[in-house]
Design a protein around this ligand. Structure first.
Ligand code: SF4
Length: 346
């Protein structure tokens, strides 16, 4: 046996069967069942003979080494910083709610999108994750989740999922087909890669789409989210409309409220115009307080006033439950901590 893939969750069934070589054909079902349906560490797949397990463990190493683990919200939130086998680092967050358990996964180490308010973006791109490295984050969170079944997965961690489309889609399929997580419980977040949204829509699974909007006019969005210069709002909204009409899923628009930049009455008005007739959902995100960070999140009063303005205009709007605030686990879009200046265009 030779080692293959960067994670034991990379090989597909045919590749695993090849790896098993002369073993009886039913071993592949046992192995697949142990890895995915039971979702157990290989060492615990006791249906396989011990000697075979040892050989497989050597050929199919795990990709994620825990570099740090933090808990918050009285144990309801766990965040891991994983060290990958080449030294790259990514994060995963497990969140228990009353009615669901959600895992937030990373799809890239670093990110090339350079959003102005995000430390991940400011630090630059390192590499794409593989299908297995994404799936393994869910499996590892599932091990830690104990009795609570992981019901939802959101692709909102480090990186831009649709800039790593093939691995993101491969992971969506694996989670759906083999881990049994329904498409309606999977959500892919994007900052607005229009061709990626169209491919996601064409995939044929009604996966949720969350768009990090943050501005409702091109001028400000160009400033906050540079990819907007390539895929301006009109094109982005067109792709969102197609997603809604082909999947039946209403699109969620994420909006991080930055004091004096995008939290004014006029911003709420513009956002209402965009979202109301689309039946979209708006998720307002209070920015994490980060010492020494020059971008100031809107005050609680402004957040509530913005929410009320949208609600009065007939928009479905919520304020995000910023889980793990005390461990900086606000899921991806808001990894603050570097010095950047944001100004509203004059
Ligand atoms: S907000 Fe998301 S897409 Fe933008 S730079 Fe950060 S991780 Fe990348």
């Amino acid at each position: 046996m030779t080692a293959m893939g960067s994670s034991r969750y990379d090989p597909d069934r045919a590749e695993l069967a090849e790896l098993l070589g002369g073993e009886p054909a039913y071993r592949i079902e046992q192995l697949w069942d142990g890895l995915y349906r039971q979702g157990r560490p290989l060492e615990d797949v006791t249906g396989l003979p011990a000697a075979l397990r040892d050989r497989l463990a050597e050929s199919l190493p795990t990709a994620l080494g825990a570099a740090a683990e933090q808990r918050a919200d009285d144990g309801a939130t766990t965040k891991w910083l994983w060290r990958l086998r080449d030294g790259a680092a990514v994060e995963t967050v497990l969140m228990h709610y009353d009615d669901r358990t959600t895992v937030c996964v990373s799809t890239q180490a670093g990110c090339a999108m350079a959003c102005r308010f995000c430390a991940t973006g400011q630090a630059g791109f390192e590499r794409h994750l593989s299908v297995g490295e994404i799936v393994e984050q869910v499996v590892r969170a599932r091990w830690a989740s104990g009795e609570r079944r992981v019901s939802n997965v959101v692709f909102m961690g480090m990186g831009e999922p649709l800039a790593n489309f093939d691995a993101t889609w491969g992971a969506v399929r694996r989670l759906h087909d083999d881990l049994g997580i329904g498409a309606r419980h999977l959500t892919v977040s994007t900052v607005g890669i229009v061709p990626g949204i169209r491919r996601l829509t064409a995939g044929g699974l009604p996966v949720g789409l969350a768009v990090s909007l943050h501005a409702a006019d091109d001028e400000l969005r160009n400033e906050l989210v540079p990819i907007n210069r390539r895929y301006p709002l009109a094109d982005l909204l067109d792709a969102c409309d197609e997603h809604r009409s082909r999947t039946g899923r209403r699109v969620t628009f994420e909006w991080a409220l930055i004091d004096g930049v995008n939290d004014r009455f006029a911003d709420a008005e513009r956002l209402a115009v965009i979202t109301r007739h689309r039946g979209a959902h708006v998720n307002l995100i209070p920015l994490n307080p980060t010492p020494g960070y020059p971008v100031v999140g809107s005050s609680r009063n402004r957040v509530h006033a913005f929410r009320d303005r949208l609600a009065d205009a007939g928009v479905a709007v919520t304020i995000r439950d910023t889980r793990g605030r005390d461990i900086d686990a606000a899921c991806g879009q808001l990894r603050a901590g570097v010095e950047v200046q944001i100004r509203r265009p004059d």
